[in-house]
Design a protein around this ligand. Sequence first.
Ligand SMILES: Cc1ncc(COP(=O)(O)O)c(C=O)c1O
Length: 453
Amino acid sequence: MENAARQSHAPLLSALRIAASRTVWRLHTPVHQGFPDPEFAALMGTATSLDLTELEETDDLRDPKGAIAEAETLAAEHFGAERTWFLVAGASVGNMAALLAISAFSAAGRSASPPRVIVDRNAHVSVVAGLVLAELEPIWVSTPWLPRWCITGPPAPEAFAAALSAHPEAVAVIITAPTYYGTAADIAALRNICGERLLIVDEAHGSHLPRALPAGADIVIHSAHKGLLGPTQGGFLHLRSGQRFDSAYLTQSLRLLQTTSPNYWLLAGLDAARRAAAKLQLTSPTLPSSALATISGPALEIYANDDPTRLLVYFPDGFAAYEALAKLSVQAEAALPTGVLFFLGRYLADTAALASLADVMMVVRQSQATQPARSIPSPPPMPEAVLLPRAATLSRAEPCAIELAVDRICAEVVCPYPPGIPLLVPGERIGSRAIEHLGAVIPELRTVRVIMD
Ligand SMILES: Cc1ncc(COP(=O)(O)O)c(C=O)c1O
């Protein structure tokens, strides 16, 4: 069958519909049997009857041979992977599984010290969870600080090259690309720098503009709800080719980490999101960027990025602007010290809606016309790593008032949400500049867990 025709199918979605329409006595899980709490049922509509289990039609996520296998194959074809796995605990579980798999793969047959990996400091908290679970030693690559926006950009390929020449024994390189703010990275250059080492790309924010697999990344992690039309908690894990890596390690890691009772509503939502993405790619291969022209007036400053669906607008006080916008019925994605981030989604194609949005932004921007910009001390240089993240996480720890934490060793991930990018990682020594930076970025932070002396 021709590719476009194949991609127009959603086999798991169809299988779920057929399974739900069968009239049988349901004497299996879920024991609500389609009739949960009435208020919940009224809210969820037909979704309750679609909450099914592994049946003949619905297949088994742990060992797919039917509709799930077909749906995963279609996703692999769409994204350009050799194999794709559906994730039911978000890109988070994809990051953890990827790290567990590379640890097992590189440790196989030898009992050396924990494998080292080169990791971009924009890493999401789930990457840190992966380092802990997989007992990996991170060599962090620092990220450039953009003071106007109080955010970080992706590290340049040269920064990875320097880390690799200092640590040639590293088994893999891990990068977050695009960033939460829509800035892409030069994955092709990174591929060359990595040589035969594994290149893992957390492309959670780029499933709608996939760049990593075509540029040669080995393992790529996608969130389904950050760019595609997929459900929250859904994601994809892709392996580009089994030449450099044995896919069995990824299957095994996912079996260890994912639930044994995946929700079929999520799984079918992934199948449908892939189909919608394939259709969009066929009808409109590039996303329209005209949104920026509609929204950026002389008084609205927009962060220049590589993804028109991510709109970061400058406000001298981003936290106050976010609240003011919410009062005007505009619920943004995130408040930053000097900006507000919007995920435009379907509004990208709606010029009238964008013009109204720009009007609301202007009202808020003008209310801050004479306000000085929030000033954030730049992040400190990379903290000293005293223990591996795993050792620190498993150490006895206690809460400590943040102002008393200087020189103590951090026992937890300290990060603002969103974006969930850690400012401190377990095992790092807490410096006074880190405390100053934390106070400005997470003003509500009072205590931090530190390792007991
Ligand atoms: C860069 C990055 N990676 C991974 C994740 C985790 O994605 P999910 O929420 O789908 O588990 C996030 C979530 O915010 C993220 O920003």
